[in-house]
Design a protein around this ligand. Structure first.
Ligand code: IMP
Ligand code: MG
Length: 185
């Protein structure tokens, strides 16, 4: 069945089954690497919400979660200068933290976030990103767990939005070009 949002999608890049299998694999790797530990998964609202919900159910360890919300300063959403609008609720000192990100584009947001988190003195910090648009990278931040390598296309679905819409698409797809105003992402 073609839904109302599907009509705006030019091409499906990763369907539900492909995403589920990659998320399962990431969960298994984290389960193995953190055996005997209780990692804290942190994600940044709102894009990472679907990913973290699925990922944590593929991790066979006592995990907990916490959330941050940030907003970008100025007209450039990828300037990397962000304001923390919701900070963590938990103290993360001496915790094994995994920062769960939907997508790494320029890497500027991630770079800033890792600095904020490291200042809180966790035991360890690793990044798990579902999508990596590495061709657009400006700030180099190591990604320990990576789902898909993406070409330089604007995608929506599975938590990712365009003007706050399309997050509820179960797959990841490329938005039709005529709907995309390049300056706004
Ligand atoms: P960065 O600072 O350039 O790495 O920005 C990453 C953020 O930009 C992500 O968390 C998303 O909110 C947003 N973003 C980057 N590329 C896309 C995309 O293709 N679709 C939807 N959001 C994107
Ligand atoms: Mg985001």
């Amino acid at each position: 069945m073609i839904g109302i949002l599907d009509e705006d999608i030019q091409q499906i890049l990763y369907d539900e089954a492909e995403i589920a299998s990659v998320v399962e694999e990431l969960g298994q790797r984290i389960t193995e690497d953190y055996a005997g530990k209780e990692p804290l998964l942190i994600t940044v609202l709102r894009g990472g919400m679907i990913f973290i919900a699925d990922l944590m159910r593929q991790i066979d360890l006592p995990v907990s979660t916490d959330f941050m919300a940030i907003s970008s300063y100025g007209p450039e959403s990828s300037s990397g200068v962000v304001q923390v609008v919701k900070d963590l609720d938990e103290l993360i000192i001496e915790r094994d933290v995994i920062l769960v990100e939907d997508i790494i584009d320029t890497g500027l947001t991630l770079n800033y976030l890792t600095q904020i988190i490291m200042a809180k003195k966790p035991q360890s910090l690793k990044v798990c990103a579902l999508l990596d648009k590495s061709v657009r990278r400006i700030a180099d931040v190591p990604i320990a767990y990576k789902g898909f390598d993406l070409p330089d296309v604007f995608i929506v679905g599975y938590g990712l939005d365009y003007h706050q819409l399309y997050r509820n698409l179960p797959y990841i797809g490329i938005l039709k070009e005529d709907l995309l105003n390049e300056s706004s992402f």
